[in-house]
Ligand binder design. Sequence first.
Ligand SMILES: Nc1ncnc2c1ncn2[C@@H]1O[C@H](COP(=O)(O)OP(=O)(O)OP(=O)(O)O)[C@@H](O)[C@H]1O
Length: 301
Amino acid sequence: MKVIEVTNLHKRYREHVAVDDVSFAVDEGEIFGVLGPNGAGKTTTVECVAGLRVPSSGTIRVGGHDPVHERDAVRRLLGAQLQSAALPEKIKVWEALDLFASFYPDPADWQALLDTVGLSDKRNTTFAKLSGGQRQRLSVALALVGRPRVAVLDELTTGLDPQARRDTWNLIEQVRADGVTIVLVTHFMEEAERLCDRVALISAGRVAALDSPSALIGQVEAAQRVRFRPSAPVDDGLLLAVPEVVEVLRNGEQVTVTGSGDLAPAVTLALAEKHIIPTDLRIEQATLEDVFLALTGRSLT
Ligand SMILES: Nc1ncnc2c1ncn2[C@@H]1O[C@H](COP(=O)(O)OP(=O)(O)OP(=O)(O)O)[C@@H](O)[C@H]1O
């Protein structure tokens, strides 16, 4: 079942087009990624979905409701953690949760939510004294306190150290396991690859591609890279004659071969026939970064 449907969304700020033409649908229970570089229009898109901005044209439905004309219905279904959200410095963690819970007729038990996000021991700490990661986890708890069916999480792990980022990823997976559909806005391809069932790649206000991370990566012609140092000189011609090979690059003694299919065994076999051993052999899969570059000619970062 589709819980969010966005059709031909267009949003302009005066003469500046932030979202040109974006369409996608989110299935109930999935983690749906909105991935793209800064300024691509991701935040504007999800703010329109959350009813915080009015589209210039196009239609949006959340659980069948229009976020502009049926704002209350959408607020009951959707919890948002948005980049702009800031709390007063002096508010304590428990006060923020208690305040947000008071906005909803049937809020979640926020003590349990504090446990879920790992902030039980910070309940009496003021917002000013929380670390970046703790603030992010509090914002997730605040987005969930109204028991939403859908949680929109925007750039949740930006500015976090690697451990805090991994903790936040675990938290997101846990929230999904509880049945909440998640829309995750990010410009980290690793985050999208790790967490998302499907990803919309957004470039300059348009959807450049939409599929599962593995299907998107599978579309890249040279989806694999094999790097090695040959034990004896090797001609490009020998490698390019291997059907799986698309390109051969050299950096000093290191050779990088890109291609598809069973690239590494095919290259190793071709070298073995000439009694050459590939030393320091490394095999790398393409990433969403490569997909984005192939589709748009631009980098994600
Ligand atoms: N309130 C506003 N008024 C005018 N222009 C805006 C406004 N908000 C965003 N923009 C512009 O619209 C474009 C899309 O911005 P948006 O924040 O949606 O992108 P984004 O992909 O979320 O990027 P980021 O990750 O940096 O937030 C940008 O060029 C931005 O400068």
